[in-house]
Design a protein around this ligand. Structure first.
Ligand SMILES: NC(=O)c1ccc[n+]([C@@H]2O[C@H](COP(=O)([O-])OP(=O)(O)OC[C@H]3O[C@@H](n4cnc5c(N)ncnc54)[C@H](OP(=O)(O)O)[C@@H]3O)[C@@H](O)[C@H]2O)c1
Length: 347
């Protein structure tokens, strides 16, 4: 392994150009460059070795220029950035020292300099795997926790419907729903995912939306008492079908609409008047606005994991070169649980 002060080879994943339509492996390239494992004095930068990377659906929106973006787009020709778990090699920042494990925004490369340690947090040693800090104890976990408790406002007995149920966020929302006393139904895209939801994740019921020709009828069958909370992960046709099956004063925490992210022209929703007719509250939210919950969330969720009251599934791809494919897997429904890319052993 290269040591601090030495020069090392740095393999990097580059976005070749802005993307139109479905993202493809050809939109990325692997570049090999050199990096000096040291820092300029006088900065508060931190040099890290990246261990795990987190491909996440929001990254697709960064691959094209957008009007009024909620997050900066990537620049073609530059290294992809996203959440990662890393080990500190050299630190000019007083809060971090060599060998600390950290989570935050890093590059899709072997070594990264994190300017002024921006977004970095030290990973506490609590006996849980480091990769969990990209999922159940990281951004997707906080998304599920904050969105469910602060936006969905669940009550015992609520009928909760979750789309994208077997993914990073969906698997957790369903379990928070059960802990809150809801009846929980999930929609996912394969038989294997449906089985996992019902037999291991604790969903009361689940169905494979790809096998249904009439989503409205499928929802009626699986949720005869209709829907009080719809956790929106996918948008499009599922949202339309839910609006036909929602109860008065229903709530829709709008977490994401992944079915739209790769479309050149997003689909419309034809029955939005149902929101008026059923006094529905549909509220979008971004995890970045709930950072103040981070400590409460970490404590509660790590406690639930240790007490085995929460299960969590990951889907790990090995090797930096697999990162583009791992991201595309999210849009093809090939991941089961939180998709992670492992670059190297934590040692
Ligand atoms: N608001 C926020 O701050 C925030 C933060 C994190 C994530 N999110 C959003 O939450 C949602 C889930 O994210 P995640 O990280 O948990 O991803 P994920 O569920 O682990 O992976 C994405 C899943 O989406 C489903 N999917 C892909 N294309 C689809 C399509 N055309 N129609 C229906 N389903 C499709 C696939 O599952 P199937 O096999 O079931 O189709 C796929 O496995 C995304 O919309 C994401 O943008 C929002």
């Amino acid at each position: 392994m290269a040591m601090a002060g030495q020069e090392a080879t740095n393999r990097q994943i580059i976005l070749k150009h802005y993307v139109k339509g479905m993202v493809k492996e050809l939109d990325f390239e692997l570049r090999v460059s050199k990096v000096l494992l040291s820092l300029h004095p006088g900065t508060k930068d931190v040099l890290v070795k990246n261990i795990y990377l987190s491909p996440d659906p929001y990254m697709r929106s960064r691959m094209q220029p957008m009007e009024d973006p909620y997050i900066d787009p990537f620049s073609p020709g530059e290294v992809i950035t996203g959440y990662g778990v890393s080990k500190v090699l050299v630190s000019n920042h007083p809060e971090f020292k060599p060998n600390d494990y950290v989570v935050g925004f890093t590059g899709w490369e072997e070594y990264s300099v994190i300017k002024e340690a921006r977004t970095l947090r030290k990973i506490p040693q609590i006996g849980l795997p480091l990769s969990y800090f990209l999922g159940v104890l990281g951004m997707p976990g906080l998304t599920a926790y904050a969105g469910f408790h602060k936006v969905a406002l669940p009550k015992p007995g609520d009928q909760l419907m979750v789309s994208g149920a077997a993914g990073a966020v969906g698997q957790l929302v369903g379990q928070f729903g059960k802990l809150a006393g809801c009846y929980v139904v999930g929609a996912a895209g394969s038989k294997e995912k449906v089985k996992l939801l019902k037999e291991r994740i604790g969903y009361d019921d689940a169905f494979n939306y790809r096998e249904e020709t009439d989503l409205k009828a499928a929802l009626r069958r699986h949720l005869p008492k209709k829907i009080d909370i719809y956790w929106e992960n996918v948008g499009g046709k599922m949202l339309e079908a839910v609006l036909e099956n929602i109860n008065k004063f229903g709530r829709i925490p709008a977490c994401g609409m992944i079915s739209q992210y790769n479309l050149e022209k997003p689909e419309g929703v034809s029955n939005l008047f149902r929101i008026v007719a059923k006094s529905v509250r549909m509220q979008g939210f971004l995890v970045f606005d709930y950072e103040d919950l981070y400590e409460e969330f970490t404590e509660r969720v790590s406690g639930l994991l240790k007490d085995e009251k929460l299960v969590y599934f990951e889907d790990v791809s090995e090797g930096l070169e697999k990162a583009p494919r791992a991201l595309i897997d999210l849009f093809e429904g090939k991941n089961i649980g939180k998709k992670i890319v492992k670059i190297c052993d934590p040692d």
